[in-house]
Design a protein around this ligand. Structure first.
Ligand SMILES: Nc1ncnc2c1ncn2[C@@H]1O[C@H](COP(=O)(O)OP(=O)(O)O)[C@@H](O)[C@H]1O
Ligand SMILES: [Mg+2]
Length: 318
């Protein structure tokens, strides 16, 4: 089988997502999957009625792969989404899909989708300038978490302890970057410096870990140096994670769950989740789990294609 990984970094580096890409290549060898890694900008998309089975990479037309792993670690921008959509239209299964990646790239949109499915999310408000400080105090309260709409690895997530600090930050942003899109979110104090990362593949929890910041910061991200330990999920957490992935149409999801006084709140779900932390503390090979699940799925798709093909080939008036 042939697989393309769409990755925006250098997989031989220490960049986010590089470890995971190398793990996929390793697992691919075991599963008989030949993996090629491409950056979105290597693609050229040409839309016409004839040459429907091809895309160009580095100006060369290549045969299409059996499936694509969409492993964008930075911003999922328009060009990247266009590449994934093009591949999907050519019939190549992409994990995760363009639709799911578009939903989770926007932190407000994904919170809206989770809330629509009755999943617990912290009160969240879309920011606009000039910011109505009184309204934020009334609707969200202080301390408040300020997040850029797009961002990963804890970058772009700030905690304003009180009204004064929030006012200062808003003045600064208003002066320097009034076009920035931000959200204001209720601070879930019980989760200060700790949270859960639950990994869901095809509607099943395959591993979970508790993350804890080591420097007293409220952010628990592993990529910020947080410590990790395996966590045995309860049926409640399992259901929250699976339902979150389902609500966002994610085949592969890293669901971040916050501890609340009397339950949990969904922080976010990632569509190209890192798994170095999970593989380091849980006895699990996430790369193998993902590839194994996808291979079964693709084999089933091919089988159906073969079954359906003679029916589709029937002349209309026969
Ligand atoms: N509303 C919140 N209350 C408490 N802690 C939060 C809240 N939102 C985020 N955090 C902490 O900050 C970390 C990063 O936030 P997150 O929204 O997941 O951004 P990123 O996409 O950069 O990982 C979370 O893993 C969690 O530890
Ligand atoms: Mg996160």
């Amino acid at each position: 089988m042939e697989c393309w990984i769409l990755y925006d970094g250098d997989f031989e580096s220490h960049q986010p997502g590089a470890y995971e890409t190398r793990r996929f290549i390793e697992a691919g060898r075991k599963h008989g999957v030949n993996i090629s890694v491409y950056k979105p900008e290597q693609f050229d998309l040409i839309v016409n009625c004839d040459d429907r089975d091809s895309v160009m990479i580095d100006s060369r037309t290549l045969p299409l792969p059996d499936f694509v792993l969409t492993r964008i670690s930075g911003d999922v921008n328009y060009f990247t989404l266009a590449v994934i959509r093009h591949l999907e239209r050519l019939g190549v299964p992409c994990f995760n899909s363009s639709e799911a990646l578009e939903a989770v790239k926007d932190k407000l949109h994904s919170q809206q989708m989770l809330a629509e499915h009755n999943l617990p999310v912290p009160n969240t408000m879309l920011g606009k300038f000039p910011v109505d400080i009184d309204m934020v105090e009334q609707k969200i309260g202080f301390p408040v978490v300020v997040k850029t709409l797009v961002g990963t690895h804890g970058n772009g997530v700030f905690l304003c302890e009180d009204r004064d600090r929030f006012t200062d930050l808003m003045h600064l942003l208003n002066e320097t970057s009034p076009d920035i899109h931000i959200i204001f979110q209720e601070f879930v104090a019980a989760s200060h410096g700790r949270d859960l990362r639950v990994f869901v593949i095809d509607g099943k929890v395959v591993a979970a870990m508790k993350r804890e910041s080591k420097d007293g910061n409220f952010k628990a991200n592993f990529s910020r140096g947080g410590s990790v330990e395996e966590f045995a999920v309860t049926p409640e957490i399992e259901e929250l994670a699976i339902e979150s992935a389902r609500a966002l149409n994610l085949d592969i999801a890293g669901v971040d769950i916050l501890f609340d006084d009397d339950g949990y709140q969904i922080c976010e779900a990632n569509g190209a989740p890192d798994f170095r932390g999970l593989e380091s503390c849980c006895n699990v090979s996430i790369a193998d789990e993902i590839l194994g699940t996808i291979i079964n799925h693709v084999v089933a798709l091919h089988a159906r294609e073969v079954l359906h093909f003679p029916m589709r080939a029937q002349p209309v008036n026969s």
